[in-house]
Structure formats: structure tokens, C-alpha cells
Design a protein around this ligand. Sequence first.
Ligand SMILES: Nc1ncnc2c1ncn2[C@@H]1O[C@H](COP(=O)(O)OP(=O)(O)O)[C@@H](O)[C@H]1O
Ligand SMILES: O=c1ccn([C@@H]2O[C@H](COP(=O)(O)OP(=O)(O)O)[C@@H](O)[C@H]2O)c(=O)[nH]1
Length: 251
Amino acid sequence: MNPTDKDPAMAERSKYKRILLKLSGEALAGDEGFGIRPEVLDRMALEIGQLVGVGIQVGLVVGGGNLFRGAALQAAGLDRVAGDHMGMLATVMNGLALRDALERSNISTHVMSAIPMSGVVEHYDHRRAVRYLNSGDVVIFSAGTGNPFFTTDSAACLRAIEIEANLMLKATKVDGVYTDDPVKNPDATRYERLTYDEVLARQLGVMDLTAICLARDHGLPVRVFDMNETGSLARAVLGTNEGTLIEQSVD
Ligand SMILES: Nc1ncnc2c1ncn2[C@@H]1O[C@H](COP(=O)(O)OP(=O)(O)O)[C@@H](O)[C@H]1O
Ligand SMILES: O=c1ccn([C@@H]2O[C@H](COP(=O)(O)OP(=O)(O)O)[C@@H](O)[C@H]2O)c(=O)[nH]1
């Protein structure tokens, strides 16, 4: 499917009215692994715009790993809490860049931050976020959970549960959950579907345990997929066999 094709039947075919898309920071950096690549932002805006255009409500959580990660800064000698604050501020920068790309594509977008940052972005407010989503605007939830020692995967599950999203989509560098880390083990094979308990029991490292436990405890389905493949976001929302679906039961 070409993501630029308008598909009016898509919203009807999608069983998801509201989704939460988690973009890793590295996803914004393209092949370089660091920084923000404008052409990557534009491609993402195009794919997100396709969903918005057919009436699917989209919340976004963006990571910060393309700029700073608390654990890496700690390894370099910084205090962990200061490093995590830097990581969360990095997600706000990514959020601003993403909003810019979305608004250039005429998609009305708000950035909310879990850390108050008056004059730059709005402070996170759950009820206001839901109002924006109901009016068809995109909401970018930045600064993670606002607390150190958490990840943006956990923030994505948290916000998805709060806004009652029907699905959390984790866009990453690999095209699903594998029997082992596919980057390190070329013999690893991909699962189409998994339960939360299987992810936990098999210690599949694609998401942190806090995030998986939150999703499990609140019955939030999670689809892990590779957004570098053109059209993959639309396919993931349509529920076709894209990436890996993690849910309560696979019967
Ligand atoms: N069982 C697994 N299946 C899929 N990916 C895995 C697995 N175990 C570890 N990974 C790794 O998890 C990463 C996805 O997590 P992500 O949050 O996007 O990256 P990071 O943790 O670097 O920010 C992949 O790049 C992959 O190398
Ligand atoms: O609730 C949160 C979310 C993120 N972070 C910090 O922000 C960094 C960037 O987030 P993450 O690593 O999840 O980004 P991604 O891997 O998705 O790019 C993390 O390493 C943490 O240091 C944090 O302290 N609390």
C-alpha cells in the first residue's frame, strides 16, 4: 500500500478508534542513530496523516534515545537522576520537531509535557488531551512519565491506558518480537502473536517489564512493528499481519 493513497474504507476496516503510537527516539534519527532527520519526520507525518485523515484518533509518545539516555549518561559518570531528566527533556525536543512536521502537513497537533514547561509546551492534562483527540487533533505526550527510572515505553502504556486507546503501537527498529534479540541472533524467529505472560516468562527484551506489566494489568493490546517499512503503520492499525501483537490470549 502506498501511504499517500487516501483510503476512505480504512477507518471502517480498522477496529481501533483511538491509538497510541510510540516512536523511539532512534526512529527519528534515520540511519545515523543520533539527532533528528527532517526527511524521516516528514515521512512519519505522512503516515500519521493518513490515519488522521480517515478519522482515527492518534496520540503519540516519543522517546529520546537519539539524543540522551539516563543509563548511558550514568555510565559516563553523571548522576542518574540528572541523566534521566536530560533524557526526558530530549523527548520534549523530539516532540517539538514532530509537531513541526505534522503541522507543516496541516495536521493540528499539541505537545504536552509531563514536566511543566510554561511558554514552550502545555503541561500534561488528561481531560484536555482527550478533548483534543475527540476533535481530531494529534496529541504528542512528551517528557515520559515525568519521573526518573522509567522509560518512554512505560509512558506510552500509561498514556494509552489513561486516554483509553484501543491499541498501543510500538514502532521500533525490528519488525516484531523474536525468540531472541534479532540484532544479535540471526537465527531468531518472529512471533505473530504472544500473550503478555509469554513475553514475561520468555524474557523477550523488546520492551521493559514495567511497560508489559502495565499493559497486561489493563488489557491494553500492544503491536510491535517496524515503521521504516513504507505503509507499515496503516497495516498495523488495520490489524493485518504486521509485526507482533501482544495481548491477553492468542486463542
Ligand atoms: N526478543 C526480542 N525481539 C525483538 N527485539 C528485541 C528482543 N530482545 C531485544 N530486542 C531489541 O529491542 C530493541 C527494540 O527496543 P527499542 O525500545 O526500540 O530500542 P532501545 O531499547 O534501543 O531504545 C530492538 O532494537 C532489538 O534489538
Ligand atoms: O518516564 C521516563 C521516560 C524517559 N526517561 C528518560 O528519558 C530517556 C529517553 O527515553 P527512552 O530511552 O525510553 O527513549 P527511546 O529508547 O524510546 O528513544 C530514558 O533513557 C530515561 O533517561 C525517564 O527518566 N523517565
